[in-house]
Design a protein around this ligand. Sequence first.
Ligand code: GAP
Length: 514
Amino acid sequence: MNYDEIFPKIISHAKEYGFIFPSSEIYDGLGAVYDYGQLGVELKNNIKTAWWKAMVQMHENIVGLDSAILMHPTTWKASGHVDAFNDPLIDNKDSKKRYRADVLIEDQIEKYNQKSEKDTIKKAKKEGWEPGSTEYNGFLQNNRNAQKAQEIQKQFEDALNSEDMLQALYDLIIELGIVCPVSGTKEWSEVRQFNLMFKTQLGATADSAMDLYLRPETAQGIFVNYLNVQNTSRQKLPFGIAQIGKAFRNEIVARQFIFRMREFEQMEMQYFIKPGTQMEWFQYWKEARMKWHQALGLKADHLQYHEHEKLAHYADAAEDIQFRFPFGFKEMEGIHSRTDFDLTQHEEFSGKKLRFFDHEAKESYVPYVLETSVGLDRTFLAHMSNAYTEEDVPTAKGDMEQRIVMKFHPLLAPYKVAVFPLVKKDGLPEIARSIIDELKFDFNVMYDEKDAVGRRYRRHDAIGTPFCVTVDYETKDDNAVTLRDRDTMEQVRLPISEVRDYVAKKLSWREILG
Ligand code: GAP
């Protein structure tokens, strides 16, 4: 099965096994809003824990925060979101569908990139080139479709940086002959700006009500608390504040499952630094964040850096870490050098000093900020895509069958161990339950006695449980169990007393983050 084709399978697998459900599904759902089911919430929590561990608990100079979603509305005036947090939208006059103009162009580039990859695979087969060889890479970068993608990329960057960006994007869509995916026509409206923030109201009566916004990023909660945290934690520069929380954006194009949602979660860290040191920290955090993604098992050749075509209003450098989703390389995390923009703006709008007194230099200044901002839901989708595997495996009878196995990193897997009694009688369930009672203090474990053991293995492959432990008749004599590895399907016989340590070794933070 080709990687590009697994996306619909991932979506149905996520629903079938309780990872992700459409929100309020009994009322036909709500566009681009999703609920995490019983397995999804475990996987999501495990990703959060891995991030918190790596960012907060492994750094003496990074502390956590949990700020409110609702903030004083002036926050968003100061941050620039009221005036500049816009997407360029375009309508198709025939289908009445609305699109992001930049996304239509990016999709066009992706189409050429995918064609280029297909051509390269075909040519490599014919010529006998190995993937990654000089000939292979040369052809991949220089074939007709790759060149076309590069040419459009250049035109796209020029359009984004042009004085009349909206007109330039419109002109490029027309020039490229992009058609509406629904109507198939080129009847486009002009390109307009659309603010992405959701509005709500605080207060009971219309007269006394105050217009508020649901936060579109968690970062501003960190900026407005900079002084509170700095004073109470007595941190010196450089130091960071990290938080995980919900963000809301009224996305025009809501699609690609949980890739672009209207309600999503971010894991953000603002690193407050001395002005002038931002490029050094930019490099440091780019590398540290890439290492974290790889340590949790995302394939190195599915990860790449991508420089921003156009810098946001607050940044003097910005790069994304992109993951190769089944629909192409797309942004998963942003590393942004935000200068002193946010704190200076909040100083101006609040009238409060947001400075750091540098005892060495004997001066006070507004710190610069280096931000790492990763989407929790996109990281989740990356791990679902990375893990989803279809394999032909031999059955107990010796014929072949297909298994779907979610090869999550053991640390992220919703359940770490499933314990099976071979049969539901003769005291085996009691032994299995006693193993569960022992392991549950350390790991998320599941007892499973339904169906034949082979069926139980398949069920746990499908949800990514890395270890299955079977209690059989011999257990009664030797106090040992069979432990089966999800990925290799190899089985080892272990004393019950060693199971805990065996699993713990595979989940060691030292091994993963050391
Ligand atoms: N504080 C900076 C900031 O918010 P961003 O690039 O707009 O920067 C950071 O967002 C990350 O949040 C993205 O890399 C992405 O992973 C995630 N993200 C942004 N919009 C999203 C959406 N509509 N749905 C899911 N994740 C989103």
